[in-house]
Structures are given as C-alpha cells and as structure tokens.
Write a protein that binds this ligand. Structure first.
Ligand code: NAP
Length: 627
C-alpha cells in the first residue's frame, strides 16, 4: 500500500501514484477496481480472520466472479463436474472458505529499508523512486569503460579465483572492458592444483606463459583485487588460508554474501586489514557473458548487479565495486548490504528463480497429463508457457499485462489458480526465508559440499542429474519441433500459479525489509530475463545447473517442496471448489510493485538474451548433455 501523494520517477518525470496508470492497458474497469481496492485495503493489512468486516468487501465483491464452466487446468478425474465457484469473500479480508490454510489477506505494507545511499567520485549516481521509495543506482554502458582506470586506481592485478559459472564470465568481461579502456591491469585466473578447469581457462586465452593463469594461492597473494569465485561451500572451508594469503590493504571481492553468513554463524567477520566488497550479478555466469557479448553492438547489455561495501580500509572500496560492476556490463547497479544480499539471493534461487519454478512445472505437467492432456501439449502449457510467453510479457510489460492479455474466461481461470496457489507458495517461501536468515540453509549447503567427497567411511555423493524424467524427455521433443521464435501458449491456469508465486515472493521480501531494486531483480528480472530463457532453450538442467553450486543444491532440495504443496493443497483446493479470493486478486491488481517494475524496465538494455544452439559459454560438463 502506498501513501497518497507518493511519486514514481519515470525518467525525469515524477508521476503521482494517485494518478498513475500502468501503461500495459489496464482496462478502465480494472483500474477503477484497483483504485477502490487501494482505498479499501488500507484497512486490511494483515487483518486476522477473526477481525470485524472492513471496507475491502465492497471492492472485493466488485471483483467477485462466478466461475462456472471453466476447466482450471483440468479438474481431477474424480471431479468431472465442475461446481460453480462463487467468490465468497466475507469481507473480512481473510479468504475464509478457501480450502487451504491461509488466514489473511494483506495489502502490502511498505517497510522502509535501511538507507542504502552511497558516494562515488568516479561514476554518476542516479536517484530512482520505486513505489514511493528513493533508491540510488549507477547506470552502466560501454561508454563508461574509459572511467575504469580511475575507478581501479592502485590496482595492478585482478585475481579471479575459480572457473565455474561466474569465473569465466567475469574474467572475460573484465579483460575485454579493461582492454577497451586501454588499461594495463592484468586479469589473472587462480585455480586449485589439478583443477580440470586449467584447460578451459587456457582455451579462453588465460595462460601460464603470459602470466594470466596460475595457482590459487599464488594468484591471491599477487593480486590487489581478489574476486573469490569458487563455490560458496569451498569458500567456507578454505577462507582462513585464503585470507592469510591476501596482501594488507588489498580488496576482497565476492559475488555473494554467503561467506559473511557463514562467518556470522561462527561469530566471526573478515580480517580488518583488507577491504571487502561485493558485486553480485542477478543472473548466472553464462548470461553475464552472453549479454555482454551481445551488448558490444549497442553500448552495452548485461545482467543487473547489486553491490555492497562491507569494509573499506582506504576509501577506494565503493568506486572499485562500481567499476567492477560497470566492467561486467551491468545495465544498472544498485546498493545492498552483504547480509541483505545473501538473504535475498539464497532465498530467491530456492524460490521463483530455480527451485519453485521447477517444482510448479512438475506439479502442473502431472496434473494436466493425468487429466487427459497430451504430453506435448501439457509441456507447452507448463514449461513453454512460463519460459516463453509469460516471461516475455512480464519482461517487457509487467505482470499485470499477463492478466490483461487473457479473455474474460481466462481471467477467471487465472484468478482461481492464483487464489489457490498464493498462500501455499508463500508458506514454503516463508519457511525458506527463515531457514536462510537463521543460517540453517547456509549450514546445509556447507555440509552438502563436504558430502561431495568420501568421508567417515561413507561414499561421495556429488549432485545427481535432474532432467532425466519423462517430462523433460518430452521437452526435448517439443523443443526439437518448435518453430524458431515460438514462445508457446499463454495458458491461464499456469499463468495464475506462476504469478501467484512471483507475488508471494515479492511480498515476503518486502515484509523482510529488502529494497525494491533487490526485490524486483531477485523475483522478476533475473527470472524472466536471465534464467527462464535458458530453460526455454535447453530445458531445466541448463537453467538450474548453470547456476552456482549453492543454487543447484537449493533447487534440488526445495523444488519438491513446491511440487508437494501445490499438488497436495492448492490443486486439491480447486478440485474441492474453493472460491476465488477476490481480496487477493484486487490486491494483486493494485500492488505498487507494478509501477516499480515499470521504472526498472526502463533501465533494461534493448537486447534480449539469445541462447544459440552451439552455446559454448555453459559449464563444460553440461555441453555433453545439451540437446
Ligand atoms: N552461478 C551463478 O549464477 C552465480 C550468480 C551470482 C553469484 N554467484 C556466486 O559466485 C560465486 C562463484 O559461483 P559459481 O557458480 O561461479 O561457481 P561454483 O560452480 O559454485 O564453483 C565452481 C568453482 O569452484 C571451484 N572449487 C570447488 N571446490 C573447490 C575447492 N575445494 N577449492 C578450490 N576451488 C574449488 C571449482 O574448481 P574447479 O574448477 O577446479 O572444479 C570451480 O572453479 C559464488 O559465491 C556464487 O554464489 C554465482
């Protein structure tokens, strides 16, 4: 909920949220409903199901629809006759009557995040107003590469440690950007002894002969800026030795706050004689490289990044972090803290970015096929629909446009699916956030990393494959027959589930005090602009397994939880005739996040990521399994 008088900054023009209309052609009727519900819902924020009726019932009833005659992504075979599902909001904003356990409908209350302002003497800082909150960013572009020598003052060598997903992308982008800036800063790769990645790094032009490839610790001790891009679990197990090799006053660069979370869990922090910064691309390494290469034609393209300055021993940290981000090609860089970063990032990848989207397509594919849909069509109506059409619409026009693209009947299906899925998705997301915030999830990742190797007399358990089931084989067939550029259908039921998941994730992050830049990048942009296009091109393992080890482990652990809760609760609720929760729908339509997404979309580069058939920027072990 935003306060009356709040403003959006659209380009240079502040727009009052009292008069703001989403550009994606929200109909007059919906808009009026939105306005009515905005006023009404002010009183419903976290209204308990026992509380007295609130004014929201009027708006809610205006949105209520009778849902006879829809197919709701197929009713279960035991429920062939669809009951008329009438919206039965009792006006208390509680969603009572829903067969699922959610007890409240909350209008988003906006808790102001901690101030994340920063000072830079090299780059131009811009203020953006997102849903009434001022946030500060630095816009990227290849025209800024000339500023890199200034930003990296005092740095002669950048050590990039690790060659997984981020390592190859960041090292090559940095090398190209510095070359463009005519800088003589050396980018050197450091790898563990016996690493299989030496050959890959050499193939990318980093060699022992020219001094740009070497041992991990020798590279750390010779670098002024050390980008630590080995797996998070390996960071947790090797940090003492790594820190001991760093030069005093050098800068440790992370692409994740994970290590801080691990140190905090033991009551520790970083050594005080080094600066500690982070630049965290909100997308997987192959996207960071791919978009950078595509962006060479258009003054830059890339993946947005957050940045954090955790320790600054000599005042250089902010400009070094911003220079690093600009050199990677980030279209915009926003501020966060290492702690907010690891909480939102580990949570987000277990949620809509990887785990949850994997879980919901498994659940929906099973439902659709069990109820008579052909496998090919079911695949198109789940995966293709999300990774193609829905992602494209959200990326370019926002979530409301998905709803507005549907027919009257399609909207009813969307609303039913949304109503049934929102709270079940939120339940798992909420648990996940708390597991991350309390350190449980970090601990789980560190322990899993140790089980990759034999110990305690027990065998090694590296990660298993995830794309071997029937559904993903069908996916291979569907993709091979797909006409170029085909984005798949817009299936309303799938859209309702997916958008409900997205909104539930946004709401958790918002209630936990994250900035809108972080919320939107972690819940929307990374999903539709970076990850989903990979699943569209190559299936689920390409999407999940090109991410970090932390993310891959999390996806394997949490995807089944989302599959379970949708199957066991949301879909059962629909089959049992659960009513549309019209308060939830009106809150969705009125949510200020839509305006904030629109502002972020204006910072988006003009190119969409393309994943060519011969994509050689993926992890070596995945090239063999590509199709
Ligand atoms: N992947 C993403 O999409 C993404 C996005 C944003 C941020 N991040 C962050 O970026 C950082 C790097 O992640 P990543 O996904 O690029 O890498 P990763 O796949 O998680 O890790 C791969 C790298 O870690 C090295 N490694 C593993 N165990 C090691 C050990 N015991 N000692 C030394 N090196 C070891 C591997 O060495 P070998 O080459 O020898 O196997 C490989 O180079 C992490 O902090 C991650 O959270 C990742």
């Amino acid at each position: 909920m935003y306060a009356s008088g709040a403003q959006l900054q659209l380009g240079n023009n502040p727009v009052s949220l009292d008069t703001w209309k989403p550009s994606q052609s929200v109909s007059r009727a919906v808009f009026l409903l939105v306005k009515a519900s905005q006023m009404a819902a002010a009183a419903t924020s976290f209204t308990s199901s026992l509380s007295a009726p609130t004014p929201s019932s009027k708006a809610a009833k205006a949105a209520a629809r009778t849902l006879a005659g829809l197919n709701f992504g197929f009713l279960s075979s035991t429920s062939k006759q669809l009951r008329a599902l009438k919206a039965t909001s009792n006006g208390n904003g509680s969603g009572v009557g829903s067969a699922i356990g959610a007890r409240m409908v909350s209008m988003p209350a906006i808790k102001p995040p901690a101030s994340l302002d920063f000072e830079t003497s090299v780059f131009q800082k811009e203020k953006v107003s997102l849903a009434g909150h001022d946030e500060y960013i630095v816009r990227g572009g290849r025209d800024l590469f000339k500023l890199l020598p200034d930003a990296f003052k005092g740095i002669k060598q950048i050590g990039v440690i690790g060659w997984g997903s981020q390592g190859p992308a960041q090292a090559q982008n940095l090398r190209d950007s510095l070359a463009e800036a005519k800088s003589d800063i050396v980018v050197k790769i450091g790898l563990r002894k016996g690493s299989r990645s030496f050959a890959e790094a050499r193939a990318a032009g980093f060699t022992e002969e020219n001094g740009t490839l070497g041992d991990i610790y020798e590279t750390v001790s010779g670098s002024d800026l050390v980008l630590l891009l080995i797996s998070d679990a390996a960071q947790a197990d090797n940090y003492e030795k790594l820190f001991s090799h760093m030069k005093p006053n050098s800068i440790l660069g992370l692409s994740h706050g994970f290590l801080l979370g691990h140190l905090q869990s033991m009551g520790l922090d970083f050594p005080k004689n080094i600066s500690v910064i982070a630049v965290c691309p909100k997308g997987m390494g192959p996207s960071v490289r791919r978009l950078y290469v595509q962006g060479k034609e258009v003054n830059g393209a890339g993946i947005n990044s957050s940045f954090a300055v955790h320790q600054d021993v000599d005042g250089r940290a902010t400009d070094v972090a911003l220079g690093w981000s600009v050199a990677l090609g980030s279209p915009f860089t926003f501020a966060t803290t290492l702690e907010q970063e690891y909480k939102s990032d580990i949570f987000g990848e277990r949620g809509i970015l990887l785990g949850a989207v994997h879980g919901i397509v498994e659940s929906l594919f099973r439902r659709y096929t069990e109820n008579g849909m052909t496998e090919d069509l079911a695949y198109k109506n789940t995966v293709e629909c999300i990774t193609g059409t829905i992602s494209k619409i959200i990326s370019t026009q926002g979530m409301l446009a998905v709803y507005n693209s549907l027919s009257e009947e399609g909207r009813k299906e969307f609303e039913a699916a949304y109503s049934a899925s929102y709270y079940p998705c939120m339940e798992i997301l909420y648990e996940c956030y708390e597991d991350v915030a309390t350190g449980s999830e970090i601990r789980s990742v560190v322990l899993a990393g140790r089980r990759f190797y034999e110990k305690d007399g027990l065998p090694a358990f590296p990660m298993g494959k995830i794309d071997q089931t029937r559904m993903w084989k069908v996916g291979e067939r569907v993709r091979s027959a797909r006409p170029a550029g085909d984005l798949g259908p817009l299936y309303p039921f799938t859209a309702g589930v997916y958008v409900a998941l997205m909104m539930a994730q946004i709401e958790i992050l918002r209630k936990k005090g994250h900035s809108y830049s972080e919320i939107i990048n972690e819940s929307v942009i990374e999903s539709v602009d970076s990850l989903n296009p990979f699943m569209h091109a190559r299936g689920v393992s390409f999407m999940v397994d090109n991410c970090s080890t932390t993310a891959r482990l999390g996806s394997r652990k949490w995807a089944p939880r989302f599959d379970y809760i949708l199957t066991q609760q949301a879909l059962v609720a629909i089959d049992n005739g659960a009513p549309i929760n019209s308060d939830l729908i009106s809150n969705f339509l009125a949510d200020p996040v839509h305006g904030a997404i629109e502002v972020c979309a204006q910072l988006r580069p003009t190119v969409d990521i393309s994943v060519p058939a011969d994509a050689d920027f993926v992890r070596p072990e995945l090239r063999q399994s590509s199709n």
